[in-house]
Structure formats: C-alpha cells, structure tokens
Ligand binder design. Structure first.
Ligand SMILES: [Zn+2]
Ligand SMILES: [Zn+2]
Length: 428
C-alpha cells in the first residue's frame, strides 16, 4: 500500500501515457496541486494532490442525502381535492406496474443503484488508504469506478424533475417536498465527487509510483515505442500484453474491429429511432378519453403553451442530441481513416462533446417516469408510459455504447509529426 507522503527525490517525475492520444508525457510530481493536461490533446492526465480527504467526505455526505431522499416524499400535488405525493422510487415502480420493467430497471439503476455503488466504492477505497492496507475488494472496486461513471444520471433526473414541474404546474397545485431538496443536494455532490476523481492518482496512492519500462521516452507515442498504456492506472508495458501487470485491468491496443463495432451500434440506434419517434412516449387518460403523445407532440404542446425554453430543452435532448451524436460518431469513424478531414483538435472536440452530452438525452424518459408516478388518479387523470420511451432509451444506450467503443487514439494515429513541447500543462 502506498503512503500519502510526498515522493522522494529520486522519483519526482513520471512517464504517463495519454489515454486519448497515446503521447507519453513527463509529469513533474513536484508541481503544485491541480490537474495536469496532455500538451497535445488537453486530456487531463492526473490530479496532483498530497492527500485527498475532501472526496470521501463528499461521497459520504452524498450517500446520506441519497438515503434521506429514499425515505421521504419527493413531489406532492393537489388536483380537484385529491392529494398525492410521489417518492423517487415511485418513478421506477409505476413504470414496472405498467409493464415496462426494462424502463424501471434503467431508471432505478442510473439514478440510485450505480451512483450508490460508486459512492460506497470511493468510501471503501479511501478507508483502505487510511488503514494503509488493501481492504477486501478495494482494488476490484478501483478497477470498476471508471466503468460506472458514464451510467450515473442523478443530475439528469434532477433537471428532469424541474422540466416536469413546468409541464404540470398549470394542471395542479405543486409542492416540493423534503426529498426534492435532499435529492438535488445528492445529485450536486455526486457531480462534484466525479469531477474530483482521477484513476491514475488513485492507483498511484493505492500501489505506489509507476514502474517505467527501460528506454521509454517522452514526446513519442507509446505505440511507436512498442508499448501500451493502461487506461486505468497509466502503467506502460510491452505491446501485446492483454492485462495490466499493475492493476490487472484489461489492456486495449487499437482493436481492428473497433470501427465495425461502432458502426453496428450506430445502425442499431438508427433502427430504434423509428419506434422511438413514431410510437407514443406516454398516454394521458382523462375521463375515459385516451390521448397518446409522441416526443415531437410533447415539444409542440410546450410551444402551444408558450413554454419555449422547455420546448427547446426537450427538442435538443430528444431530437438534436441523439441524431447529432449518430452523425458525429459516423463522421469520426470516417475521418479517423482519412488525413484530409477536420484537424485533430476539432475531431477531439467533437468526440468529447459527443461523449459528454449523450446521457442528457435521458431527460425525456425521466420526465415521463415522474409524470406517470404523479398522475395516477383513476378516471380523473392517469398517465401511462408508452413503448416509444423504451425505444428511445435504447437509442440513448446504443449511442452511449458507440461513443465508449470509439477509441480516440485512432484520430491521433493519423498525425505523423509531434509538437516539440511534451511537458504536461498545469491547470490549478
Ligand atoms: Zn493526449
Ligand atoms: Zn493498470
């Protein structure tokens, strides 16, 4: 187990491969606290910190807030003398009741189960660091942290709740109950915890400094030196190795089938777009009359009511982002095989935006989940989920999987010459 003490004089620099462009960078551990960026693609390499007590404290507080959010009601409303309150778990439960268990599992996994496992893992790993020994499972959890990260959507759910309120405020008297505030606090702390996490720094503290293979040079790509960098802990090792000898994560050089896999996932997402937009995402039943609503019909309804900002949010998240993502990833697959397209930095910007915005498309699915949970008033007003929501969730999941499958190092493999400056840049 590595200690939190500063590095000694003989190991004050590290050679670290950039995960996104494969450049081997020389990192000076004596620099003040803050993020060190790759000089070529600006990917954050590692965060310098002598010790980190704040991240586990944030994670623990977020867990307490999540626990409170599950105990108390989330949103309440009153219509025609009938009062009703929903809890966070009702948003998933009612979907399961209406024969959409897959949607219920997606909602409960992305807003509660995966984030809770992530936060518990951080607490357990830091307990391990404090105890100065590897507690059972701590290394396994450290390997799983980056895999959980893209699938945590508590912040998307919190924004979806605000969108839902705008949608229903004209129909009923709304009350924000205690779990609304604790859940918002949990979503915010989860977001801050994620932005503070850096797996290279974490493994550095768990296992000590990286071993540098002999004759490794900074300023060249790992691949050009017959090496491969571990995406989790940053250890450089011989090309052809399948598992990192330091953290035991699987190693991936550019897989020959990467682009084919991305294309297959994109085509599946395109096929799911048809039922997602043709079938209703929800059906409103009022006094015996059914009114199915597709995604586009929902946007038009907001426009008719004059709620332009909300119409714009839903249209962007549900139409522009999924289609834009499919086009952007398709373009990147084509561009990564050609040298005369966009320059590398623009391609990287496109890739990072595509990866970042993907999960925000789930807003509309969460809005439906919240409205279904609230409007269960028998003959007066009942909202049921539609098959369009299931298909739309599939679009979001397949485009997210395609973005994760795409290897950004393919973009940089086209570049022959490297810039003279290969020192990581410091960002406080
Ligand atoms: Zn880079
Ligand atoms: Zn590793």
């Amino acid at each position: 187990m590595a200690q939190d003490s500063p590095p000694t004089a003989h190991n004050q620099t590290l050679l670290l491969p950039c995960h996104e462009c494969d450049l081997v960078c020389e990192v000076d551990l004596r620099q003040e606290s803050g993020w060190l960026q790759c000089p070529r693609c600006r990917h954050p390499l590692m965060r310098q910190a002598q010790s980190d007590q704040l991240t586990p404290a944030l994670a623990f507080t977020a867990l307490i807030l999540l626990g409170l959010s599950l105990l108390f009601p989330y949103i309440g409303f009153e219509k025609n003398g009938i009062e009703r309150a929903m809890t966070v778990t009702d948003a998933a439960w009612e979907l399961a009741v209406y024969h959409h268990p897959s949607l219920a599992v997606i909602v409960i996994a992305t807003i509660i189960v995966i984030p809770a496992l992530y936060l518990l893992s951080i607490c357990w790993i830091h307990l391990s660091l404090s105890a100065r020994r590897h507690l059972p499972g701590s290394l396994l959890l450290a390997r799983w942290l980056p895999r959980m990260q893209p699938w945590m959507m508590a912040d998307v759910f919190a924004i979806a709740a605000l969108v839902s309120l705008v949608k229903i405020v004209a129909m009923a008297h709304i009350q924000l109950l205690s779990a609304f505030w604790t859940f918002s606090g949990y979503a915010l702390l989860l977001l801050i915890t994620v932005t503070r996490m850096n797996t290279v720094s974490l493994w550095q503290r768990l296992l000590g400094n990286l071993q540098q293979p002999a004759a490794t040079r900074s300023g060249l790509t790992a691949r050009s030196q017959g090496l491969i960098g571990c995406q989790r802990c940053g250890q450089l090792q011989t090309l052809g190795s399948h598992h990192c000898h330091r953290c035991h994560s699987s190693l991936h050089d550019r897989h020959p089938l990467t682009l084919q896999r991305v294309w297959a996932l994109l085509i599946t997402a395109i096929l799911c777009c048809f039922p997602a937009h043709l079938f209703p995402i929800m059906t409103t039943t009022s006094l015996g009359q059914n009114e199915p609503s597709t995604i586009i019909a929902g946007v038009m309804l907001f426009i008719r009511h004059g709620d332009w900002p909300i119409a714009l949010i839903i249209f962007t998240a549900s139409v522009l982002v999924p289609f834009g993502k499919i086009l952007a990833l398709g373009w990147l697959c084509i561009a990564s095989r050609r040298r005369d397209t966009l320059d590398m930095k623009n391609q990287m910007a496109l890739y990072r935006i595509t990866e970042w915005v993907g999960r925000w498309s789930m807003i509309d699915v969460f809005v439906v989940a919240i409205i279904v949970a609230l409007f269960q008033m028998g003959n007066i007003l009942t909202v049921t989920p539609g098959v369009g929501g299931v298909a739309f969730s599939a679009v979001v999941i397949f485009t997210m999987l395609a973005a994760h499958q795409f290897d950004p190092r393919l973009i940089w493999d086209q570049q022959q010459k490297l810039p003279p400056n290969t020192q990581p840049e410091h960002q406080p």
